[in-house]
Design a protein around this ligand. Structure first.
Ligand SMILES: Cc1cc2nc3c(=O)[nH]c(=O)nc-3n(C[C@H](O)[C@H](O)[C@H](O)COP(=O)(O)OP(=O)(O)OC[C@H]3O[C@@H](n4cnc5c(N)ncnc54)[C@H](O)[C@@H]3O)c2cc1C
Length: 396
């Protein structure tokens, strides 16, 4: 593993950084660390539209997509550098995460020419919202047990069933969805993968309110929803294998470890500046210094773990338990950072309101962090993968 940029990587990093410095002003730049993570006001709407256009002009809306599909055709290492610089320079998020990072790349691999031409170009605007309809009330970790049915009827498939925890479904134009097409086949072999137009009659979306009090995800019900056969992706009953590709794309997201390093740095800086303020407990609790130091070390460790994953990908290897190690460590670290942040602001950490104040951000981070060891595969599942595939231990 090489930690330093090669000369051409360093030149690319400088190009990205100078573009961001030139094009991102303080009205759209995300606020520091903890504040920035929950500063959704600046990511939405008009303020980032101009930014998206500037990225689109360089094909940087979809840096990872091949040029033939309108992307920038960046190598794995260039994508990593691009994401790292965007995060380090606090550039606004562009949205379109599921569409650009998961659905689009899956369609490129498994879609017909007609599907690619129809579905990929609109994603490149960066405005389109897609959601992921995989989890069901009884099927999360054991996703292959999913029960939503799709029955062929003429030129359509008819969907009945329910999805749950579907992030952004209430805003989405499209869903990537797995449904059971052969209930008699072994569970992994009777699933198909569909692209669903969210305006189709028979879909009911019920938002679920999370700990932060916002509707981050939803229940989605299907009652005789007709999906044209043109929206089956890949072969019937081969959808499980396509779905795992989508999940691989989901798990290869590496921007978040840079965010952890930034967050700890900003917390330390804030504590230093506010050491005499009643809002900061550092002077009254000297042990907190050690805790902050531990978080700083751990955030660097998390970053090195994502370097390892990226180096493997860059050398043509497919990270497996290595990606689980990185996901497990960084998500549990995010929770530890949230606890340390709450201790740093003491009783003020109980205040939560609409204002983008420090205590509000701490409380929001603390509540949000509960979800990060569940979404994208729970910590227990990551530990199972590490034990079996990494350490060679037998299945229990
Ligand atoms: C913020 C957030 C956003 C999400 N967004 C989406 C989305 O957009 N689309 C989507 O499809 N899903 C989404 N999910 C759902 C997510 O994928 C599931 O919550 C996750 O896979 C876990 O499934 P489950 O909730 O059914 O828990 P379960 O699988 O029922 O697990 C319950 C508990 O049992 C443990 N457990 C389960 N199996 C094992 C095992 N074999 N060994 C040891 N322990 C085990 C788990 O670790 C967990 O502690 C989201 C979840 C969150 C938190």
């Amino acid at each position: 593993m090489e930690f330093r940029d090669a000369p051409e990587e360093a030149a690319f990093r400088a190009e990205v950084r100078s573009f961001i410095e030139q094009e991102v002003d303080d009205t759209v730049r995300r606020r520091p660390g903890i504040w920035g993570s929950f500063d959704t006001s600046r990511d939405a709407g008009r303020s980032t539209k101009g930014w998206r256009k500037k990225l689109a002009d360089r094909a940087w809306i979809a840096p990872a997509w091949p040029k033939e599909y309108g992307g920038a055709g960046m190598t794995i290492m260039q994508q990593f550098i691009f994401n790292e610089e965007m995060s380090l320079c606090r550039a606004p998020r562009t949205g379109g995460g599921i569409a650009l990072g998961m659905a689009g790349p899956t369609i490129m691999l498994y879609g017909t020419d007609e599907q690619k031409q129809r579905l990929l170009p609109p994603i490149l605007s960066g405005d389109q919202v897609w959601c992921q309809g995989f989890s069901e009330p009884e099927s999360g970790s054991d996703l292959a047990s999913l029960q939503t049915r799709a029955v062929r009827d003429g030129d359509d498939y008819v969907l009945n069933g329910q999805k749950i925890w579907t992030s952004v479904a209430q805003h989405a134009q499209w869903m990537v969805l797995m449904a059971r097409t052969d209930p008699d086949a072994p569970k992994h072999k009777g699933i198909s993968y569909f692209i669903l137009d969210m305006k189709t009659p028979g879909i009911t979306i019920r938002p679920l309110i999370n700990l932060l009090g916002s509707a981050g995800f939803n229940e989605v019900f299907f009652e005789d929803v007709r999906v044209p056969k043109e929206n089956l992706l890949g072969e019937e009953n081969r959808g499980w294998y396509i779905g795992t590709t989508t999940l691989d794309f989901e798990r290869s997201n590496i921007a978040s470890t840079t965010q952890l390093v930034l967050t700890v740095g900003d917390l330390v800086e804030w504590a230093r500046e506010h050491i005499d303020s009643p809002e900061c407990t550092l002077a009254r609790n000297p042990g907190l210094r050690y805790e902050l130091a531990d978080r700083a070390v751990e955030a660097e460790v998390a970053r090195l773990m994502s370097y390892r994953v990226i180096s493997m990908q860059n050398n043509g290897l497919i990270p497996n338990h290595e990606a689980s190690v990185a996901k497990l460590y960084s998500s549990e670290l995010e929770q530890r950072i949230a606890v340390t942040a709450m201790k740093t602001v003491g009783l003020y950490g109980q205040l939560i309101g609409d204002e983008a104040t420090l205590s509000n951000s701490m409380a929001r981070m603390y509540l949000y962090a509960v979800a990060v060891t569940i979404g994208g595969g729970t910590s227990e599942i990551q530990r199972n993968i590490i034990a079996m595939r990494g350490l060679g231990m037998p299945r229990e």
